[in-house]
Ligand binder design. Sequence first.
Ligand code: CTP
Length: 391
Amino acid sequence: MKHVVMGVTGSIAAYKACDIISALRKSGVDVHVILTHAGAEIITPLTLETISGNRVVKDMFDSDRHFEVEHISLAKLADLFLVAPATANFIGKMASGIADDMLTTTVMATTAPVMIAPAMNTNMYLDAATQANIETLKQRGCEFIAPATGHLACGDEGIGKLAAVEDIVRAVLDKLNVKRDLEGKRVLVTAGPTREAIDPVRYITNRSSGKMGYAIAEAAAERGADVTLISGPVSLRTPGGVKRVDIVSSDELCDSVIERFPGCDILVMAAAPADFTPAEFSSEKIKKGGDNLTLNLRATRDILKTIAPLKSNQKVMGFAAETHNVENNAIEKLKRKKLDFIAANDVTAEGAGFGTDTNIITLYGADGSREHSGMVTKREAADWLLDRLVK
Ligand code: CTP
């Protein structure tokens, strides 16, 4: 997830910060706001806090500040620093190296790229000092999102209006290299293990952590997709902008996929559904006794095979977590389950097993293609797989 630290200063356009934050969050970007005292005269911290979902920082010496020096931790967190709207005063202070409040100290401490969207009265914008300050900051590598010309809050006509929210958001997403190539697509992702109940206290499960599926859901949402994540029992945070549906058993997962598959464009089956479930559920706890216990299991439905006949134009990707004969097993599953792609990994390989944060994938396509990811984080693997689905 990308993090933007956003300075909001005392221009009347400060209220537009809400639309910028909300659009960035929809693209999966985490936004932390630093509000100047003048900015707080125009928009309240509560509004910005509610929209950003993060605490708004205003004072250098907040009594409830975290132990870590806050301006330094925010400066380090930022993948990009945005100041929108930026007043002539803020631009002047930054150009002069003044660091006398939370925003100016944090922007001085960051090594992230800085983007500035000015908003002020025309004469202030065209004033020689402001223009010289903008020039100085440009030479130091700051990028400016130029203000627009139009009717200003002070009644004047001219340049100085904050650039359009869409232009600011696009400039930020481009700079962050956030792709929006799944906009308008409905993506269904399954993740995690299932639990097959034996009695009220016991169940059968597997070692899937859900991390790969969650990373795919997160990446797809950041790329603009409308994402539904059907999740088995895992302890992972739901990625921003993702609708999560919880299931427990393999049969529940199957029903949930059948219900949602016709309404999706892409299905990624990263879940590890149990292939067998206890033939009978004992409503009472099974008591010990004797030296052996035999559990009768019945086969569950193969979800991908079940939905194959329902397929119209959807693209379907499955996974094959194997311990041996990886290539043969994966290609056999690709054909048997009528998939467009299968992402295979050898779970016995270092860096590719259950619960790890990395993966090593070979992707087989129904067209006979074969590509290898090398060792990547699960999040990188997610984008690597989505790149291929998009193509
Ligand atoms: N899968 C499925 N329904 C099942 C089991 C698995 O749709 N009942 C899906 C998985 O989500 C995965 C793919 O099928 O995308 C391959 O899963 P895997 O467990 O590797 O294959 P199985 O068909 O279960 O074969 P085996 O367990 O014998 O390797």
